[in-house]
Design a protein around this ligand. Sequence first.
Ligand code: SAH
Length: 221
Amino acid sequence: MRRMRPVEDSYRHKGLRKKLVETVRSKGITDERVLKALDSIPRHFFLDSAFDELAYDDRAFPIGEGQTISQPYTVAYQTQLLDTKPFQKVLEIGTGSAYQAVVLAEMGVQVYTIERQKKLFNDNKNFALLKKYPSIKFFYGDGYEGLPTYAPFDRILITAAAPEIPPKLIDQLKAGGMMVIPLGSGEVQQMMRITKLEHGALKEEVFDRFSFVPMLVGKKN
Ligand code: SAH
């Protein structure tokens, strides 16, 4: 799918966005910084103009190559769990539409994001909005490998369903750092937060269930 991106952020879009923020808040998101990020990002810019009217529904949408832009509630949920502090280094696995990466950039962190599909990676190269976010670095690669050159990271966010906790990513997490990961190989995954303790042991916390597209091994051309 060749995306025709809208370029105008109208009062109507802004109004729809306020409603979306209230919907996400009513579903239980309490971190005001996360809600503010959602309020400031024109989500319709991330979708084909065919979805202009729907972009502010709290739903996932297709972005081509069988992939989706996550539901805003899910993005907010993962971002809230990640509990970032400004200027931290955050690794995201699964760039997709780059919406989640921009939410993280709005939270004031340095974002390193990896996408395994060349087509989706390339789509983001000529996405004008991203020029406003020099704090995001885009990589084409296999998220299971992480980015050893840029490690260690304060936070790691996985936005695809992981069948297991990727060991190389745990290696690339700072002591005291946290990973948020939808874990499971079936239709439904369990949202987990893994904290790497000072002596290297892992603390695991279990949250709600979600349904993500699978985290696949290797790059796709
Ligand atoms: N964060 C995205 C959601 C993307 S859906 C957004 O905000 O739009 C999950 C994405 O993960 C898909 O684009 C998929 O191609 C990608 N993906 C799956 N396995 C991967 C891997 N091993 N490494 C990097 N990206 C991967």
